[in-house]
Design a protein around this ligand. Structure first.
Ligand code: 6R9
Length: 572
């Protein structure tokens, strides 16, 4: 069976047909799409780029790139040649071989994508790093993974503690007037000279592809290793969830330093032969709307924090742009507040489709498929081929509406292969019954929709009532004065915990005790008395990860005067 994209039917009840169609779906069917069904071997970069360069998609635009100074496009054929060249540069001057860790530490640019694809063609494992990482964060990741090669810029090189990285052998600098010696190479000059022909390294499907470091609640960041097998799910979800079709122009706003920026900024769209838009530089509501208008973006994948910022910029601004090309809008990364879904329907005339997954899961697992009626606030239902459940701490499944651990039955294709250097950590994710335990708490309703409640360690217990901080935060941001809110449980001798809210106000609102009281009443009346924050503190900004998640553990540490732990993923 060839699995095609489904139409976007907003609010139409054809979900049942859909579930019927995919009842017997098996990932084996998707394998037939790729080379390993014939040869037993595969290569993600070949499947994402070269495969299309040999078809009618040869002269189709694969990459549209724009930032303040560049505006470029590359066809699949050009992407094939340029990634071949990058592969040759890394191999000739960087000695890159199968399994080597090649780190990429640079702002988004076409060269970043050439380098990633080139390294993958050599069978190397790519370690993408956010450009905003400071020295400590770079050191932890490159030391742990024993990175051999680095591609970076002269500016960012200052944050690479080269002397403390004994495994690092070769550094490629992307910039002007680079002085070369045995260690440093001028990436652009070498790219220019390199051959367009490259011998691809065909690998087993369980060989390393990409290493994403992610922070847990304790300890140093851990390296989540993904393998080429993930392509099955990247490909399939790009069709089912992103709904990509031949004529789409797709924009994923995530940076490749975050898993969304690789799984759905590189692999998913290109495995399906879709034209992919990348924007360099920083977020601004004006630039973002202009991207959609200028490129005629049809499918747009972003995050709640960005939608909230756009919402904060006001509805008048939206009207100045022609966003009528948009066909399908999606969100991931943190809970999507119902308020934001409502706003999206109003200003884009599109519902924002939430979906749930994690760095460790490699690809989307729970989603509002395009043909599904959306219940605002729910993450949706498991995709075909994925079994999700709510389980207790012993791995027993819980009935609908009982809150528990969101768990996934082992065996989906894009599941992490291991935690680098830390197999014990990897084992700790699993529970009896072959459940992968996500660390999120959620419940399931009678229609099989999953509702996110919080990270397991974030759930608040106040006077015997369980309160999910997300519920309270969602209510808070419905108040006109509230731009963003982070909610924690603060120990209290009488109530166990009380709810404390940290709030950033929208422009034009002044901090006052009256406003605090008004907001408290708003939650009390709109949600529940026990869910109303007993304490409110205004802050200019809330601590967030670079991918936009409010860091409740940092708020908690501030509040309780505890060490904040690893802050390497926090935005500056
Ligand atoms: C892809 C990505 C994973 C954590 C996850 C959960 C939160 C992601 C969500 C969501 C509510 C959603 N999360 N999607 N929470 N609704 N639709 O975000 O990976 O950076 O590893 O974060 O993000 O808490 O456990 P990652």
């Amino acid at each position: 069976m060839r699995v095609e994209a489904l139409p976007v039917v907003q609010g139409n009840h054809n979900l049942r047909d859909y579930e019927e169609t995919y009842k017997h779906f098996s990932w084996k069917e998707t394998e037939k799409e790729f080379t390993w069904s014939e040869t037993g071997l595969v290569n993600m970069a070949y499947e994402a780029i070269d495969r299309h360069a040999a078809t009618f998609r040869k002269n189709k635009v694969a990459l549209y790139y724009r930032d303040a100074s560049r505006n470029e496009k590359y066809t699949f054929k050009e992407m094939k040649e340029l990634s071949n060249k990058a592969g040759n540069v890394l191999k000739t001057y960087g000695d890159v071989e199968k399994g080597d860790r090649v780190f990429i530490f640079m702002p988004r640019s076409p060269e970043l994508y050439f380098a990633v694809l080139g390294a993958i063609k050599l069978g190397a494992i790519v370690g993408p790093l956010f450009e905003a990482f400071m020295e400590g964060a770079v050191r932890d990741r490159m030391q742990d993974s024993e990175a051999k090669v680095l591609v970076t810029t002269p500016e960012l090189l200052e944050r690479v503690p080269v002397n403390e990285l004994p495994a690092l052998k070769h550094i490629f600098l992307v910039g002007k007037n680079i002085d070369e010696n045995g260690t440093y190479f001028d990436f652009l000059k070498r790219l220019d000279e390199a051959s367009k022909e490259l011998r691809i390294e065909w690998v087993e499907k369980t060989e390393g592809l990409i290493l994403h470091y992610t922070s847990g609640s304790t300890g140093k960041p851990k390296g989540v290793l993904h393998v080429h097998n993930a392509m099955l799910q990247h490909y399939q979800t790009a069709k089912w969830v992103l709904n990509l079709k031949e004529d789409d122009v797709y924009w994923c706003t995530a940076d490749p330093g975050w898993v969304t920026g690789t799984s759905y900024g590189i692999f998913g769209p290109w495995l399906t032969g879709t034209s992919n838009v990348i924007m360099g530089g920083r977020f601004s509501p004006q630039n973002w709307y202009k991207m959609i208008e200028d490129f005629g973006v049809t499918v747009w994948y972003s995050a709640p924090t960005s939608f909230r910022m756009l919402m904060g910029a006001g509805d008048e601004l939206v009207k100045q742009y022609d966003l009528s090309s948009l066909r399908h809008v999606l969100s991931v990364g943190e809970p999507l507040n119902p308020e934001v879904v409502k706003w999206g329907s109003k200003v884009f005339n599109k519902r924002i489709h939430d979906n749930w997954w994690m760095t460790e899961t490699g690809a989307q697992l729970i989603s509002n498929y395009p043909c599904m009626p959306i219940k605002p606030g729910s993450m949706g239902k498991p995709i075909p081929g994925v079994v999700a459940a709510i389980v207790d701490d012993q791995g027993n499944e819980l009935p609908p509406y009982r809150m528990g651990n969101l768990a996934i039955k082992k065996g989906w294709p894009s599941m992490m292969h291991t935690i680098w250097n830390n197999p014990q950590k990897y084992e700790s994710y699993f529970m009896p019954g072959d459940w992968y335990v996500s660390g999120d708490s959620a419940y399931k309703d009678e229609d099989g929709y999953f509702w996110f409640q919080g990270r397991v360690d974030d759930v608040i217990m106040t006077s015997g009532e369980r309160v999910g901080p997300f519920e309270v935060e969602s209510k808070l941001v419905e108040h006109p004065a509230v731009a963003e809110a982070g909610v924690i449980g603060k120990p209290d001798p009488v109530r166990g915990e009380i709810i404390k809210a940290f709030i950033a106000l929208r422009d034009g609102y002044k901090q006052s005790d009256e406003l605090k009281e008004e907001i408290r009443q708003f939650v009390k009346l709109g949600l529940a008395a026990h869910a109303a924050p007993r304490e409110i503190e205004f802050r200019e900004k809330l601590p967030k990860t670079r991918s936009g998640k409010i860091m409740r553990r940092v708020l908690k540490a501030w509040e309780l005067d505890l060490p904040t732990g690893d802050l390497s993923t926090m935005e500056d």
